[in-house]
Structures are given as structure tokens and as C-alpha cells.
Design a protein around this ligand. Structure first.
Ligand SMILES: Nc1ncnc2c1ncn2[C@@H]1O[C@H](COP(=O)(O)OP(=O)(O)OP(=O)(O)O)[C@@H](O)[C@H]1O
Length: 356
């Protein structure tokens, strides 16, 4: 297993904005890292830069402590000690599973006995030991993806790069394969970098998730931290449908890890790390509860703009106004509410972050 370092890496196509813009990323050895972001944010380009399928315009890339791109040097993909798994499995249709997995080992001129042992180990690892003599058309989509993974694993690379490998599978199979990928990663003891635009998949699979937007890295953290402590407005809104509300952050701290904010002329003490001044409060449905007026603690006041039934509850979109700011938040309700109805909300959680 090897660590990966990207130092200020930029890749530009034509004259437009950079596809990858000053990317600094450290992937620890043995880590399972997901590159996540909206379509066109540069995640595939970042993966291709690590693979050596793209050359950086500037910056440096290292794999396992060895410089592979930058400072006038460029190591070809086949000499980087990496394996790649793509969305399309690209298996040879006329070869059986064994021969497909063995192919890369023949290219590397490994002796026959060594090849056989490695193919057996790789097929064992992906759970296809009994399918060695089948052709690709005799396998399911999930099994074909496992063959593609086994083909990469057999070469015993120090890093495996995966470009949306589960995108072609139906929802049920994807979930099964996610669990399989985690197990295989644990057992293979290899660094995995996985590109996906599906945040649930990234959060379910990866030790670390790197969120990108417009070619730039926004935050790298484990799933819980991304969810609970988004570093910027983009991450707050992108992960799990977070809503952001502009707030004024007071200079005093009520306690370690809490911010004192002013909203609708009331004071709330909520988790956060924003300095005093303009801030944003990130709220998800679990951070709010419908509350009686006059109960203990401050209340947010708003009106129901939209309501839909989801997961056994009514999910309400509530508009709250504060001076010139008009924001939307979502909250769960056990009972149906009318559109336009006035509601009071208690904030039970959330995260206060620096604005902009
Ligand atoms: N070979 C290329 N030539 C020109 N522009 C490119 C090329 N490859 C990528 N781009 C542009 O670079 C930007 C980033 O593309 P990239 O494929 O890395 O994004 P992505 O986050 O992987 O998107 P998606 O999830 O849609 O695959 C996009 O604006 C894309 O159009």
C-alpha cells in the first residue's frame, strides 16, 4: 500500500476554467478515499492525474514517496504501480474469467505457477473462486465488476483507482457491492481512491471523503465530520440536503465548541467554529423540531411553504425571515400541516460556520 500526495496540482483544458485547480490532497497509505462532487467538478480529472492518464500543467504528484509527475518529470501509467477499475468493465469477451484476470500477469511475464497462484488468490478475494471457467457473458453485472477488480488486484498494485465502478449496477446490487468493496479493501491492504457523484455511496464506503467543487478541494474528512461539521457553505448544502441560514455570530463563546448567534432578534447557542461577524447556520431536518410557542428556549418563526410525505413523516419546507434574509429550512412533522401555516421551531443542533 502507498500514500498519495498531490501538491498544488492544476490541469486546464483549453482556455476555460481549470478542471483541477490548485489541488492539495494527502491520501494516507491503506486509506479508502472517495472523491465526491457534482458533475464537472474535476474528480475524474483528479483520478486521471494520479493514474498518469493526464499530465498536470503545474504542481507535483507523488505515489509511495516517489515523484511521478512534476518538476519536469512524468512517469507513464504502467510504471506507477497502480491498478485501475472503470465503470465499463472492459473484460475480454472471448476469454474466461481466469484468463481475463491472468492477462495483466502475462503482460508482465510472470512465471506460470506464480500467475496461477495470484489469479486463484484474487478470485478468492472477490468471491469468484468457483467461476474461473465462465465467460463474461455468463456472469451478472456485479460478478463482472468483481472480475475487473480481481484483474487489478492480481497485479498487486500499491494503489487501486476506481472510476464510478458501481454506476452501471442497479440499486440493490450496488448496496451489496459496496459492502463487498469495503471487505475487499480491508483484506487487500491496498490504498483505494474511488470516484463517485453519489454521496451516500461515498459516505458508506470510504474512510475519508474529499469533496470537490469547480476544480477545487472543499473539505477532506470522514463521513461524520462532513455531516456534522461542514467547513464551508458548499459542503453544508451538498451533504445530506443541508440548508444554510445567514446569522450574526457574537464575539463571546458560551462554551467550548459552541457559538452564540443572533437570529430573528433572539440568541441561540449552537455547535460551531465561526469567528464573530457574519456566519451561516447549517441545518438539517434532525436539527429542528416543531415546538410550542412559550416553551423553554428561543424559537424560530416561519411558515410552511411545502409539505410532502416521506419515510413515515411529513417533511415540511419552512420559510424563515430575518431582516433582509429569507431562508428555507426543512423539518419533520408527525402530523400533516397546511401550506401557509405559521409554525415555531426549536433548534436542537446544527453547525455555525464562517460565511464565504
Ligand atoms: N479531455 C477534456 N477536454 C476538455 N475538457 C475536459 C476534458 N476532460 C474534462 N474536461 C472538462 O473538465 C471539467 C472537469 O471534468 P471531470 O470529468 O473531471 O469532472 P467530473 O467531476 O468527473 O464530472 P462527472 O461526474 O460528470 O464525470 C469539466 O468541465 C469537463 O468538461
Amino acid at each position: 500500500m502507498a500514500q498519495i500526495e498531490l501538491g498544488d496540482v492544476t490541469r486546464r483544458f483549453g482556455t476555460g476554467a481549470a478542471a483541477v485547480d490548485g489541488l492539495n490532497l494527502h491520501v494516507p497509505a491503506g486509506c479508502f478515499l472517495a472523491l465526491l462532487g457534482p458533475s464537472g467538478c474535476g474528480k475524474t480529472t483528479a483520478l486521471r492525474l494520479i493514474a498518469g492518464l493526464e499530465r498536470p500543467d503545474s504542481g507535483v504528484i507523488g505515489i509511495g514517496g516517489r515523484l511521478v509527475a512534476g518538476d519536469g518529470l512524468f512517469v507513464e501509467p504502467e510504471d506507477r504501480g497502480i491498478g485501475m477499475v472503470f465503470q465499463s468493465y472492459a473484460l475480454w469477451p472471448h476469454m474466461d474469467v481466469f484468463a481475463n484476470v491472468e492477462f495483466g500477469l502475462r503482460v508482465r511475464r510472470l512465471p506460470a505457477a506464480e500467475r496461477r497462484a495470484r489469479v486463484r488468490d484474487a478470485l478468492e478475494l472477490v468471491g469468484l473462486a468457483g467461476h474461473a471457467r465462465r465467460r463474461p457473458h455468463e456472469l451478472s453485472g456485479g460478478q463482472r465488476q468483481r472480475v475487473a477488480l480481481a484483474r487489478s488486484l492480481a497485479v498487486r498494485p500499491s494503489v487501486i483507482l476506481l472510476d464510478e465502478p458501481l454506476a452501471n449496477l442497479d440499486a440493490h446490487l450496488r448496496e451489496q457491492m459496496q459492502a463487498e468493496f469495503r471487505r475487499i479493501h480491508r483484506e487487500a491492504k491496498t490504498t483505494f481512491v474511488f470516484v463517485t457523484h453519489d454521496q451516500a455511496e461515498a459516505m458508506a464506503l470510504a474512510d475519508l471523503v474529499a469533496v470537490m467543487d469547480a476544480g477545487r478541494l472543499q473539505q477532506v474528512a470522514d463521513a461524520q465530520t462532513l455531516f456534522r461539521k461542514p467547513a464551508c457553505a458548499m459542503v453544508a448544502r451538498f451533504i445530506a440536503g443541508g440548508r444554510t441560514v445567514p446569522v450574526a455570530v457574537a464575539p463571546e463563546r458560551p462554551a467550548e465548541g459552541l457559538c452564540r448567534i443572533r437570529l430573528q432578534e433572539q440568541v441561540f447557542d449552537l455547535p460551531g467554529d465561526a469567528p464573530s461577524g457574519q456566519g451561516l447556520l447549517c441545518l438539517r431536518p434532525r436539527d429542528l423540531a416543531l415546538a410550542q410557542e412559550g416553551g423553554p428556549g428561543p424559537r424560530l418563526h416561519g411558515h410552511v411553504e411545502d409539505a410532502r410525505f416521506e419515510g413515515g413523516d411529513h417533511l415540511l419546507t419552512v420559510v424563515i425571515e430575518d431582516g433582509p434574509h429569507r431562508s428555507r429550512v426543512t423539518v419533520r412533522s408527525a402530523s400533516a400541516r397546511r401550506r401557509g401555516e405559521a409554525v415555531s421551531l426549536a433548534a436542537t443542533g446544527g453547525w455555525v460556520l464562517r460565511a464565504a
